[in-house]
Design a protein around this ligand. Sequence first.
Ligand SMILES: Nc1nc2c([nH]c(=O)n2[C@H]2C[C@H](O)[C@@H](COP(=O)(O)OP(=O)(O)OP(=O)(O)O)O2)c(=O)[nH]1
Length: 152
Amino acid sequence: MNSYSPYSFPIFDAMKIIPVACALIFSDGKVLATQRSQSMDLPGKWEFPGGKVEEEESPEECLKREIREELSIEIELFGKISPNEFSYPSKKICLIPYLAHWTGGEIYLTEHEQFLWLEEKDLLSLDWAPADLPIVHELIEKWVKLVDSKER
Ligand SMILES: Nc1nc2c([nH]c(=O)n2[C@H]2C[C@H](O)[C@@H](COP(=O)(O)OP(=O)(O)OP(=O)(O)O)O2)c(=O)[nH]1
């Protein structure tokens, strides 16, 4: 998979768009969602774990780092779905979703309130961060293909 820093594209700087990488982690036909804690931005909202991509870092490197820090597990990336730009009152982000397998370790949350393994039917029942909604819809559209082709 290509590795690049989003900051090498001047538009991210010029428009003050913050690149945020997130991982849709699949295991046993389910996908992992995490709930933001009260000490985080968007408290109580559900998201896909990840974080802001730092300068000189690719989204892929960012994810490996963030997933280790936030969940203490290892993942292997196998693809991407469509990124989504979203303006919150105080910032504009570009959320970049990657598809991943859980490859090792046990989940231990260091920042989030809780996590859930979701089946397709559960996906619309959570109170997602607004930037995630188009990603959740694309995930639903492609669910069978993603789960079937990448089941371990
Ligand atoms: N990680 C993640 N962040 C998301 C998602 N959807 C969404 O709107 N966001 C927002 C929440 C935050 O405003 C921003 C990411 O910041 P963060 O707090 O998770 O990242 P970070 O750990 O690198 O941040 P920081 O505390 O070091 O500043 O993007 C998502 O699915 N995953």
